[in-house]
Write a protein that binds this ligand. Structure first.
Ligand code: CO
Length: 494
């Protein structure tokens, strides 16, 4: 159905309407739990476990519009799969701020991305008390379900009910109020077993990165901090067996408009094309030196993967030509997509013997949210899955799923356009599968035609054939950020 619609989009037309896209950013105040009954196709019986997703659930607080979706309260969705059936739940994370604002019926906090409290700049000046909104990612590790937000510690949820259990310090590993990124990586094989690797960034006029590593039981096995010069805006990291890799983007930060209450913190970040982007390699083990390599100015939110090859490290990342400043009086719902640079997949070859970086573009189509088979994290890999724009050029909302074969350059592509909008794909390996792409790709897509969200299940070997199964949810989930899949199925006890 949607493939036929797609063919009606000619190159000179937009593949979407702004009104459709905007509706996917309406607040979703409902919370429910139900067996999904409205299904096209069959759920593969071998698909067992739980897909968790996180993202902003509210785009307003009692009618006060948020300035940026990244300021929205975290709402977690879970879809549990067993025996060819699927059970859906969604719950807001009961953060201290969410509970207080729900009672007060108005914003009580400034958002990092520019949402201000009512009352003008005087009401906001020198207020550095941010709300830990727990909205960026969700992982299950060491028997704990953790909602992540990069500037503070995680919130722990009950995986059966999604009820919030409180802030989580991971057995004392994270000091109270310390940053703990929303982008942990799982090293699939560190001395024979998987390991969770994460970082915390304290950004200022100089910055500190703390590396954390946890074993399968959730016990802290490595923790060390390194200072790096200058302000850093770092959202994600890549890992190899020996390094954590960060991009220190070419930006500068002027804190004064923020301190004075004129702007949100993120609105004080400005892209600086005169600065290089620095690639920072911190050794994961031991006290070896931090390596810093410089490359062309660009802005990176997300890395796909990295691996070591002799004297080189190969790093695949989604890069923007520049970072558009978040403007204080702008409305994100009115963004002019075409005026902004698309995010594209780049490969950087970091030569550790002579310090040079060689960059090449791998995919020029606008894309974001790169994922891969978890067994290949930190290793040479063949397939990357991305949320992608419908049109091959220019910047646009994500409406498609793109699988890219990095060995042959072959693309396997499916678009939900014109009325569907995609996000981060999640790759789930088939139990007992051998091929890197033997498994399923799960995409939670906004279906504007029905104003609800669908979970599309693709056979990872046949993306262009379209979803093998589509689960229609009973209402929409606002465009989310990140999620994960765990092979654990949590019985809803019904
Ligand atoms: Co992210």
């Amino acid at each position: 159905m949607q493939t036929q619609d797609r063919d009606r989009v000619t190159p000179n037309q937009l593949s979407y309407t702004r009104e459709d896209w905007q509706r996917g950013y309406r607040s979703q105040p409902q919370e429910s739990s139900y067996w999904i009954e409205d299904i096209e196709g069959n759920i593969p019986v071998e698909l067992e476990g739980t897909l968790f997703r996180n993202g902003p659930g509210l785009l307003d607080i009692n009618g006060y519009a948020l300035h940026h979706p990244f300021d929205g309260d975290g709402m977690v969705c879970a879809i549990g799969f067993k025996n060819g059936r699927a059970y859906f739940q969604n719950r807001f994370v009961r953060t201290e701020g969410f509970v207080a604002e729900r009672q007060a019926k108005k914003p009580l906090y400034r958002g990092v991305f520019g949402t201000q409290k009512p009352g003008g700049w005087l009401a906001n000046a020198f207020d550095l008390n941010f709300k830990n909104i727990a909205n960026t990612n969700i992982i299950y590790w060491g028997d704990k379900l953790l909602a992540l937000w990069e500037a503070a510690e995680p919130h722990r949820l009950d995986p059966v009910s999604l009820n919030t259990l409180g802030l989580e310090d991971l057995n004392g590993a994270i000091a109270s109020g310390s940053p703990f990124s929303a982008h942990p990586r799982v090293d699939p094989n560190c001395n024979g077993e998987p390991r969770l690797v994460n970082f915390g960034l304290k950004a200022g006029m100089s910055s500190t990165i703390t590396i954390y590593e946890f074993d399968l039981q959730g016990k802290l096995v490595e923790k060390h901090s390194r200072a790096i010069a200058g302000f850093a805006f770092i959202h994600d990291m890549a890992i190899t067996p020996n390094y954590c890799i960060f991009s220190q983007n070419a930006v500068k930060f002027n804190p004064f408009p923020f301190l004075l209450g004129w702007r949100g913190a993120a609105e004080c970040i400005q892209f600086d094309p005169k600065q290089p982007t620095k690639l920072i390699l911190i050794p994961r083990h031991g006290k070896g030196e931090v390596k810093i390599l410089e490359t062309d100015p660009c802005f990176i939110f997300h890395h796909a993967n990295a691996w070591e090859a002799g004297d080189e490290i190969i790093l695949d990342s989604i890069a923007y030509e520049y970072f558009p400043t978040v403007e204080p009086n702008s409305d994100f719902r009115e963004v002019d997509f075409g005026s902004l640079p698309p995010s594209q997949l780049w490969r950087s070859r970091l030569n550790l013997s002579n310090g040079t970086v060689d960059r090449q573009i791998l995919e020029s189509r606008g894309c974001e949210f790169p994922v891969l088979n978890g067994d290949r994290v930190g290793r040479n890999y063949r397939y990357v899955y991305l949320g992608a724009a419908h049109q091959p050029t220019g910047n646009a909302p994500l409406q498609a799923l793109l699988k890219l074969d990095l060995e042959t350059g072959e693309e396997d592509f499916y678009s939900f356009a014109p009325r569907g909008f995609s996000g981060e794909p999640i790759f789930v390996p088939r139990p007992g599968g051998v091929d890197e792409d033997d498994g399923w790709v799960l995409v939670l897509a906004y279906n504007a035609a029905q104003h609800r969200s669908d979970l599309a299940i693709f056979d990872a070997k046949k993306v262009s054939q379209g979803p093998m199964t589509t689960l229609h949810l009973s209402y929409h989930i606002p465009y989310g950020l990140h999620g994960s899949f765990t092979p654990h199925y949590f019985d809803p006890k019904m």
